[in-house]
Design a protein around this ligand. Structure first.
Ligand code: GDP
Ligand code: MG
Length: 174
């Protein structure tokens, strides 16, 4: 079994905690209370290639400005970072991009795996007018920066496991 530390970063209410709860508990709560400081959870997955089990130790941080100074404590020793934005809120992509910058400047480990995740895909499937970040723009940014990239829905669970599997495979291949 391999163990890795993963941190979630991103603007508040983009759905960081919801993604973690979908992954860890396979559940979704419309009225999730916002995270205070940070929350710790863990979950293991099995890779497709062989029987390797990857255990993620997950730090779900609060997105609010007043907790921003705490973030380095959580990303400093991280092996992977999941940087989340809300595809219905373009401001949240700018915020995600500033987190990516910060990670690239402050985390010494050049093997840090960063995954950009656009959440709330379900809202745009019901009503495409709600989308405010085009998938092609986000994908292009992710490619330029060498990031993994997914659009997901914590609400329906779509692609959530794929995110962690893909991060696990990247970490494993190092
Ligand atoms: P955090 O502040 O980034 O941890 O965001 P939360 O996980 O607390 O979610 C903020 C709000 O967005 C909550 O009301 C959630 O129910 C809602 N939310 C989170 N993920 C999704 C999603 O995939 N689809 C929809 N429709 N709402 C979501
Ligand atoms: Mg939260």
């Amino acid at each position: 079994m391999l163990q890795f530390k993963l941190v979630l970063l991103g603007d508040s209410s983009v759905g960081k905690s919801s993604i973690v709860h979908r992954f860890v508990k396979d559940s979704f709560d419309e009225f999730r209370e916002s995270t205070i400081g940070a929350a710790f959870l863990s979950q293991s997955i099995k890779l497709d290639e062989d029987d390797t089990v990857i255990k993620f130790e997950i730090w779900d941080t609060a997105g609010q400005e007043r907790y921003k100074s705490l973030a380095p404590m959580y990303y400093r020793n991280a092996n992977a970072a999941l940087v989340v934005y809300d595809i219905t809120a373009s401001d949240s992509l700018s915020k995600a991009q500033s987190w990516v910058e910060e990670l690239k400047n402050k985390v010494a480990d050049d093997k840090l795996v960063i995954c950009l995740v656009g959440n709330k895909l379900d809202l745009c499937q019901e009503d495409s007018g709600k989308r405010s970040v085009e998938i092609s723009d986000a994908k292009q940014y992710a490619d330029e920066q060498g990031l993994l990239f997914f659009e997901v829905s914590a609400k329906t669970g779509e692609k959530v496991n794929d995110v962690f599997k893909s991060i696990g495979e990247s970490l494993y291949s190092y």
